[in-house]
Design a protein around this ligand. Structure first.
Ligand code: GLN
Length: 559
C-alpha cells in the first residue's frame, strides 16, 4: 500500500517544539487507527550525535538496536508506539558517508557526484527505508528554514511529492507568532518571511502551526493565511501549554488531526483520547509532591537529562505524585554541607555521565544517601560510582576506582572489557542498545519488575570488574541483575537500606507517560514514604518538645 507522508519543517527560530508537535500529531493519527513511522532528518555533519557533548546537543537517545540518536526520537517513542531503529534518524554526515562510500566503490559509473541528484536521492531513499508496512510516515527536518545546511533536505522533500504523488504528501510548517509588548500587538511578519523562504525553495506549506502565547483570533489567522497562500482553516494555534502531554489534546481540540486526514484524503476513526485525558487529570491534580535530587554534571542544560526528567515525572503520574526535580552540580557539592544541601530532598539520583569532572561530589552524595537511608537510584555511571563508594567506605578498598578516571589505578573496580580495549574510534563503539538481563530471586529488582527476564538499553564502555564481586557481596551488596551468562553486572542493590538500587543500563529510555518504568515508579513511591516518615519524625519531635511546656504550664494554670 502507498503510505502517506507528512513533512514537518520549522521557521523563524529553533526550540519551538517541532519534535513535540511531530510526536503529538503522530499520537493523534496513530490513535485514529493508522500505523505510523517517524523519521528525524538532522542537518549537522556528525554521523550521529553520539560523539557530541551533551552541553551542545542535549541528551543522546538510544534505541533498542543501539543507535545513538537525536533526543526527538525520545519524544516519538514516549508519545507513540512507532518502532524506532537506526533508520529513524539520519544526519547529513550519514548521507554523505554513504554517498562517498558508493563513489569509492565505483557505483556512480563515472558520473560527477553532486548534491542534486546524488545527495537528494540518498535522502529520499532514507525516507523510503522507513516506509515499509506503515500507513503514514512523518518526517521532521531538524533546524530552521533558511539554514544553509538544511537545503539538501528541503530540496529532497520538495522532490518527494512528485515521486509519490501530490495526493500522498502534505507539508506542515511550525512557526512563531510573537506578541511584541512595546507595540501591544501580535506580529505575523516573521511567519510571512519564513513561509516566503519555504516557497522560494518550492515548498508551499499545507498547514501552519503558529506558536503563540495565547489563541490567535480569526482575523490574525486570515491575515496569515492570505500572506502565506493557504486557507484560514489551515492556520492553527500551537499555544503554550503547562505540560508537554497536553499538546495532543490541544491540537485535537482545534481539529488539526481532522484537517490532516482531510488533506491526505484518509478515512480514519475519531481518536479515542480517554487515556490522554486521564493522564492530564493526574498531572493537574497531584495529591502529593516529592523533591528528587539529581546530582550530575550537565545541570546547566537540563535537556541533557531529557528522558531521565520525563521518566521521573512518569513515575509519579499514576500515583498522583508531583515530582519536583532539584539539580545539583556535583562539582559544587561540599561534603561537609551535604545535610544542608539535601535537607529538602526525599530521594537522590546519580545519572549517567562521562569523564572525571565532579566525580567526588557524586560519590559523596551516594555515601550520604546510603548512610542516611535516603532513597537512592543510580544509573550507569551512577551504578559504577555506587560500587566505588561501597568498596571504599564499606569494604575498606580506599584505592577503588574506575579505569575511566585513573588509568593506572590498582583497584580497578570498574574496568574495560577486552572487547572495548580493541577500539580505536570513539563513534558508535560503546556497548549500545538492548541487552537481556536475568534478575535474582527475592531481590528488590525482582519485586520491582515482577519478572525474571528483562531487556534494557545500554550506552557505556566500562563494566563492573568481577574480581571484586565477592568482596562487595560479603559486605552486603547484592548483585541482583546479571547478564544471562552471569558475566556482566547489570543491577546492584543494598538490602540494609529502604531503597538503594542502581543499574548499568538506562531504564529512562523505556519509560512512557502512561506506562512508567517500574524502577522509576518504585523510586518515586519510596521517596514519598521517606517524606512521610520524616514528617512523622518531625511531628513526634515537635510533640515531645511541646510536652514539657504543657506539663509546665499545667500547674501554673491550676494555681
Ligand atoms: N562513562 C561510563 C562508561 O562509559 C558510564 C557511561 C554512562 O553513564 N552512560 O562506562
Amino acid at each position: 500500500m502507498q503510505p502517506k507522508y507528512i513533512f514537518m519543517t520549522g521557521g523563524v527560530v529553533s526550540s519551538l517544539g517541532k519534535g513535540l508537535a511531530t510526536a503529538s500529531i503522530g499520537a493523534l493519527l496513530e490513535n485514529r487507527g493508522l500505523k505510523i513511522s517517524i523519521l528525524k532528518l538532522d542537518p549537522y555533519i556528525n554521523v550521529d550525535p553520539g560523539t557530541m557533548n551533551p552541553f551542545q546537543h542535549g541528551e543522546v537517545y538510544v534505541t533498542d538496536d543501539g543507535a545513538e540518536t537525536d533526543l526527538d526520537l525520545g519524544h516519538y517513542e514516549r508519545f507513540t508506539h512507532a518502532k524506532l531503529t537506526r533508520k529513524n534518524n539520519v544526519t547529513t554526515g550519514k548521507i554523505y558517508d554513504s554517498v562517498i562510500q558508493k563513489e569509492r566503490r565505483g557505483e556512480y559509473l563515472g558520473k560527477t557526484v553532486q548534491v542534486i541528484p546524488h545527495i537528494t536521492d540518498e535522502i529520499k531513499s532514507a525516507i523510503l527505508k522507513v516506509s515499509k508496512g506503515v500507513d503514514l510516515v512523518m518526517v521532521e527536518i531538524g533546524g530552521t528554514v533558511g539554514d544553509i545546511e538544511s537545503l539538501p533536505f528541503l530540496e529532497a522533500i520538495r522532490q518527494f511529492k512528485y515521486d509519490v504523488g501530490s495526493q500522498n504528501v502534505i507539508y506542515i510548517h511550525l512557526t512563531l507568532v510573537p506578541f511584541i509588548h512595546a507595540a501591544g500587538e501580535i506580529k505575523t511578519k516573521p511567519t510571512q518571511h519564513s513561509v516566503q523562504k519555504l516557497r522560494e525553495i518550492g515548498i508551499q506549506p499545507d498547514i501552519l502551526l503558529c506558536r503563540t502565547q495565547s489563541d490567535l483570533s480569526q482575523d490574525i489567522k486570515s491575515k496569515i493565511a492570505m500572506f502565506c497562500n493557504l486557507d484560514p482553516d489551515s492556520v492553527f494555534t500551537a499555544r503554550d501549554v503547562s505540560n508537554i502531554y497536553e499538546v495532543p489534546i490541544a491540537l485535537h481540540e482545534q481539529g488539526v488531526d481532522e484537517k490532516i486526514a482531510e488533506r491526505l484524503n484518509i478515512w480514519t476513526r475519531q481518536p479515542d483520547l480517554v487515556e490522554w485525558k486521564q493522564l492530564i487529570e493526574n498531572i493537574r491534580h497531584p495529591v502529593k509532591e516529592v523533591n528528587i535530587a539529581i546530582v550530575g554534571k550537565y545541570v546547566e542544560l537540563t535537556e541533557s537529562y531529557k528522558s531521565l526528567n520525563e521518566a521521573l515525572r512518569h513515575g509519579g503520574y499514576a500515583q498522583r505524585i508531583q515530582v519536583n526535580l532539584k539539580f545539583f552540580d556535583s562539582e559544587k557539592l561540599n561534603q561537609k554541607k551535604l545535610s544542608k544541601a539535601f535537607s529538602e530532598v526525599d530521594g537522590i539520583l546519580v545519572p549517567g555521565g562521562f569523564g572525571d569532572r565532579g566525580i567526588q561530589g557524586k560519590i559523596d552524595a551516594i555515601q550520604y544517601a546510603r548512610e542516611n537511608q535516603i532513597p537512592f537510584f543510580g544509573i550507569c555511571l551512577g551504578m559504577q560510582l555506587a560500587c566505588v563508594e561501597f568498596a571504599r567506605n564499606v569494604c575498606g578498598l580506599a584505592e577503588a576506582n574506575s579505569r575511566e578516571f585513573d588509568e593506572t589505578c590498582q583497584v580497578s573496580l570498574i574496568d574495560l572489557m577486552e572487547e572495548q580495549k580493541k577500539f580505536t574510534h570513539k563513534g558508535a563503539t560503546m556497548r549500545l542498545g538492548a541487552y537481556p538481563c536475568t534478575l535474582e530471586k527475592n531481590t528488590l529488582a525482582q519485586k520491582v519488575y515482577q519478572e525474571r527476564e528483562i531487556s534494557e538499553r545500554h550506552r557505556h564502555r566500562y563494566e563492573f570488574n568481577n574480581a571484586y564481586r565477592e568482596t562487595l557481596a560479603e559486605k552486603g551488596l547484592v548483585f541482583s541483575g546479571l547478564s544471562p551468562d552471569k558475566l556482566l553486572v547489570e543491577i546492584i542493590e543494598y538490602p540494609s537500606h529502604p531503597f538503594f538500587i542502581a543499574c548499568q543500563f538506562h531504564p529512562e529510555f523505556k519509560s512512557r507517560p502512561m506506562y512508567p518504568h517500574p524502577i522509576f515508579s518504585h523510586f518515586v513511591e519510596s521517596c514519598a514514604l521517606f517524606q512521610q516518615k520524616n514528617l512523622w519524625k518531625d511531628q513526634k519531635k515537635n510533640s515531645k518538645n511541646e510536652a514539657p511546656q504543657s506539663t509546665q504550664s499545667e500547674p501554673k494554670n491550676k494555681n
